[in-house]
Design a protein around this ligand. Structure first.
Ligand SMILES: C[S@@+](CC[C@H](N)C(=O)[O-])C[C@H]1O[C@@H](n2cnc3c(N)ncnc32)[C@H](O)[C@@H]1O
Ligand SMILES: [Zn+2]
Length: 276
């Protein structure tokens, strides 16, 4: 079973063939040689996703397993929901998308959506490597205009990525669930302390978005050792990498190892019955 993407021009379902996706009205979108489709429409304001270096760093860091406790906690929730049709919004390079799909029945389908074609290139390659191509579609699109039919999904994943409540409400079926992961106050605190003079705590939003009811919040907090290349990848995969002065980057470069706090919030939200 494959998820059904819709045409960003007319909203009709898109049928895939070997090299493209086409709707009944004849709008056609090339499938890249890596297996994702670019459905981004011209935007008034150019939105940017993560760049190739951030995505490479995140892939390498996640594959080392330091965030596996978050994946395990998310898998427990997702297995209870038993979705047939999932969309991962802001899926990045697909480590969580594929990791969760492996824990579900082979009939489960997942659409990974991200604004960054670089991220989707990695995600589609991961799915092929992990024999998940038959269950997945990967599309470049923005969170504020999802190429998914109304009320088509049982579960949306939204891990460390922008949340667009109205679009999420539209694409989820009645009673459908949204699973969000957000960084808690002291996530990566020791890393921030090592780099900045006066680090700020994060200010997580632990409420349900508009049109959703909060069913559960879990806090997943632990410390993990990180050294060498993984330490630099951990910094390079965050938005801090583009906002940090060279003098502070030099402090990071002088570090060889560190024990760092991971602090994640997992929010389980149900689409309110009146939404859409
Ligand atoms: C911090 S990364 C998280 C990626 C993945 N969910 C994970 O946890 O590994 C945020 C992702 O959101 C994507 N993103 C940012 N703005 C977006 C938008 N407007 N629409 C869709 N994706 C967006 C970025 O390209 C990036 O891949
Ligand atoms: Zn069309």
């Amino acid at each position: 079973m494959k998820p059904i993407l819709i045409c960003p021009v007319c909203g009709e379902p898109l049928a895939p063939d070997a090299h493209s996706y086409r709707c009944a009205q004849g709008h056609c979108f090339d499938r890249s040689k890596y297996g994702y489709v670019n459905l981004l429409q011209r935007q008034k304001k150019k939105l940017r996703g993560d760049d190739a270096e951030m995505i490479r760093a995140r892939r390498d860091f996640l594959e080392d397993g330091a965030y596996r406790p978050l994946l395990d906690a998310a898998a427990e929730i997702v297995c209870r929901i038993r979705p047939e049709q999932i969309a991962d919004i802001g899926c990045g390079e697909g480590w969580y998308s594929c990791g969760l799909l492996h824990r579900l029945s082979p009939g489960t389908a997942l659409a990974g959506i991200d604004i960054s074609p670089d991220a989707l290139r990695y995600a589609a390659k991961r799915a092929a490597r992990e024999s998940l191509s038959g269950q997945t579609e990967w599309a470049a699109a923005s969170v504020n205009r999802l190429p998914l039919g109304s009320e088509s999904c049982d579960l949306l994943l939204n891990f460390f990525a922008p949340c667009e409540a109205a679009e999420f409400g539209r694409t989820l079926r009645k009673g459908g669930m949204l699973l969000r992961a957000v960084p808690l106050e002291r996530h990566l605190w020791e890393l921030k302390q090592a780099v900045y003079d006066a680090p700020y705590e994060n200010r997580p939003v632990l409420d349900a978005p508009d049109g959703f009811v909060l069913r559960d919040v879990q806090r997943i907090e632990y410390r993990f050792p990180v050294s060498g290349k993984a330490l630099h990848d951990l910094f390079a995969m965050t938005p801090y990498v583009h906002k940090t002065a060279p003098a502070h980057i030099a402090r990071l470069n002088a570090l060889t190892e560190l024990t760092v706090s991971a602090a994640f919030g997992l929010l389980v939200c149900e689409r309110a019955s009146g939404a859409v």
